[in-house]
Design a protein around this ligand. Structure first.
Ligand SMILES: [Zn+2]
Length: 391
């Protein structure tokens, strides 16, 4: 969990190490940046350096403080995450233990409603509730560090706070205890209260490079080099997503579905599309979102190939031939519109619009965009499943 566990992000690490070295650790930090860029890994390394008995910016790894942070059992290090009401505390504890073992693993309730089944989805709202801020957090803030040098609180996905919870948390931030350090993580800093933002030192995390990611997959997860390179590019800068992909045996099957879907959309084979849309709907909402992201990466590859030709750094490297064929068959395709359409579809699926209908409407719109004749946003009529093909 030392600094070396963090991939890339040298600028962020330097800032944190300098703060410890000069004993000017801020009271609150906001780590913001995309999923899987290392916000949690950096926060945990920071916690270890702060609790290390040596007191320097480099944690020794051997003292009791270091070892307890390593296992996330230090009484002065609190890791909080938003969860649905009624969640079993044992479930939360297991997630924190997994985080200790692999700080880039997906452990949150949004991405992983069931810790052991990556394909399961849920409609339950994942939020910080005011009673947790007032009870759990305020109580643990009310006493001095028990054995560490600091009291360290890591709030994951801090944007998922109800207004009452955010206001209660703001009060805690306004009356900083001695030697208390808050680290908030988020991929959507714009969703935090401005009054919370203004009290945090902000550190931005960039998406990881494909090379950095591939090296991590090889060295830490024993992934063979060629597979690591493919997954690293598909993961779009997120180690967490790369791990998700690794875990998901269905990935290649889903990508084959994406390619069929594009082909049927182009030739407007409504029967095959209807069958495929039904098959996709059966995957469940979370996996459909994954499938749409694959579709997006496929279209982005078309954009790359279209502008750069054979030198394009494709995400779907092993599909270069199919991508080249698609491009030469579709000289008038409005690729930007296609990207927008899939992003719209992702948004609709997120908002619980019926999946089969969304996939059919999307196929019709993509078919038009492939011929260069689509304009506007994706519109899914809520009641009439025939409408998308009326035109
Ligand atoms: Zn130590």
């Amino acid at each position: 969990m030392a600094w070396a566990s963090v991939i890339d992000q040298p600028r962020v690490l330097e800032t944190l190490q300098r703060a410890i070295g000069s004993q000017r650790v801020a009271h609150a930090y906001l780590f913001h940046g995309p999923d899987g860029s290392g916000k949690r890994a950096a926060a945990l390394a920071f916690a270890q350096a702060l609790q290390c008995a040596e007191g320097g910016p480099e944690p020794c790894g051997a003292c009791s403080g270091c070892r307890k942070v390593e296992r996330l059992i230090h009484p002065d290090v609190h890791v909080m995450m938003p969860y649905p009401r009624g969640t079993d505390t044992e479930d939360v504890a297991q997630r924190i233990q997994r985080l200790a073992k692999h700080p880039y693993a997906a452990v949150d309730f949004v991405r992983r409603p069931s810790l052991d089944d990556p394909t399961k989805s849920s409609n339950k709202q994942v939020m910080y509730h005011v009673d947790r801020v007032n009870d759990d957090l305020r109580r643990s803030m009310s006493y001095k560090p028990l054995e560490g040098r600091y009291k360290f609180v890591l709030l994951l996905d801090a944007d998922l706070m109800r207004p009452e919870a955010a206001n209660a948390f703001l009060k805690l931030l306004e009356e900083p205890g001695d030697r208390t350090v808050f680290v908030l993580t988020t991929k959507r800093p714009d969703r935090l209260l401005p009054t919370i933002l203004s009290r945090c030192q902000r550190l931005r995390f960039d998406p990881l490079s494909a090379d950095g990611l591939a090296a991590a997959l090889r060295d830490r997860d024993d992934v063979p080099a060629d597979k690591a390179a493919t997954y690293a590019r598909m993961a779009d800068g997120s180690y967490t997503r790369a791990l998700d992909l690794l875990e998901n045996e269905d990935l290649m099957a889903h990508r084959a579905m994406v390619i069929d879907y594009m082909r049927y959309a182009y030739v407007r084979d409504l029967d095959k599309l209807a069958d495929l849309a039904e098959e996709i709907q059966r995957l469940g909402r979370e996996r459909v979102k994954g499938l749409l992201r694959l579709l997006l990466s496929w279209i982005r590859d078309l954009v790359l190939y279209h502008t750069m030709g054979a030198d394009a750094p494709l995400v779907n490297v092993d599909q270069a031939k199919a991508i080249a064929r698609f491009c030469s068959n579709l000289p008038n395709a409005d690729l930007e519109a296609m990207v927008d359409l899939v992003e719209d579809a992702l948004d609709l699926v997120q908002r619980n619009v019926q999946i089969g209908l969304t996939m059919m409407t999307l196929a019709a719109a993509l078919g038009r965009a492939m011929r260069g004749s689509h304009s506007g946003r994706l519109y899914v009529p809520l009641a009439d499943p025939v409408a998308p093909f009326a035109a």
